[in-house]
Design a protein around this ligand. Structure first.
Ligand SMILES: [Zn+2]
Length: 270
């Protein structure tokens, strides 16, 4: 009997080890990907889309491993042998694991969005140095930046989940326009004040025509209190839409007379 018990506990222990390894692997895999980004708009996009999911997978695996470890600890401490003992020790492990899992899940669902918001701000507004002069560049405010954005970009900011940041090096006129897609990051719910309001789906209410704008309805739902709301935005007409595609990535503008072409390419990697 003794041998059987030991091997049963060893198997459970192995599952615990496997899950905690996967948990650490998931977390480290995510962290390594985050630090490997060179462009901050790419990093911002990745973090805003993936962080919540990566941490939740990490948490579930961690809770699973704690469940198995609790089974083993309890099993060893009562010197488990009878079938009914396996049942109760199993139940104990399950309760410990699910309590921890529920706690972590709640934290990640309702409090982590505030931490994520701060992290995203840090990524986005981290001081940028000019690759030309090496001096800190100036971030223009919403009013100042409009002078540097095209009409299409301003409309895009107003109607879509897109933000443009304009950074200027006053000395060399070096300019960087960063494009941020904020669609995936949750907004503050007006009903419960948690940052848990996310876009669930979009539907076209009015089809855009060649020269006429359409209407897009965006549906939002709060994952904390269930509050729902929608917002209607204009969709560009077909002829206007063709202009948007050119702004998919950041724009780096350098006065042609100040630096050479190769430096322009390097600058894009800043
Ligand atoms: Zn809410």
């Amino acid at each position: 009997m003794e041998v059987f018990d030991q091997s049963a506990l060893k198997t459970v222990l192995m599952f615990g080890d496997l899950m905690i390894s996967l948990s650490i692997f998931t977390f480290l895999g995510y962290a390594v990907q985050v630090i490997s980004f060179r462009s901050r708009t790419d990093k911002y996009k990745f973090v805003s889309e993936k962080e919540s999911g990566a941490l939740k997978v990490t948490a579930v695996l961690l809770a699973g491993s704690i469940s198995f470890y609790s089974f083993v600890l309890m099993g060893l401490s009562i010197n488990i042998s009878e079938t009914y003992q396996y049942f109760f020790v199993g139940l104990f492990g399950l309760i410990v694991g699910s309590t921890l899992g529920y706690g972590l899940w709640s934290f990640l669902s309702f409090y982590h969005p505030f931490i994520l918001e701060k992290r995203l701000k840090d990524i986005r507004f981290h001081p940028m140095n000019s690759p030309v002069t090496g001096k800190p560049m100036m971030l223009l405010n919403e009013t100042q930046e409009d002078a540097h954005l095209s009409q299409e970009m301003i409309e895009e900011e107003d109607n879509f989940s897109v933000d443009y940041d304009v950074w200027v090096d006053e000395e060399s006129d070096f300019k960087v326009i960063e494009r941020y897609n904020t669609r995936f990051h949750p907004q503050i719910c007006e009903s419960c004040n948690f940052r848990t309001l996310t876009e669930k789906k979009q539907e076209i209410i009015e089809q855009p025509q060649l020269h006429q704008k359409g209407v897009l309805r965006k549906h939002y739902e709060c994952s904390y209190c269930g509050h729902r709301e929608h917002k209607d935005v204009e969709i560009a007409s077909w002829d206007e839409e063709s202009k948007y595609t050119m702004y998919e990535k950041d724009i780096v503008e350098i006065p042609a007379n100040k630096i050479s072409k190769s430096e322009t390419e390097e600058a894009e990697m800043y």
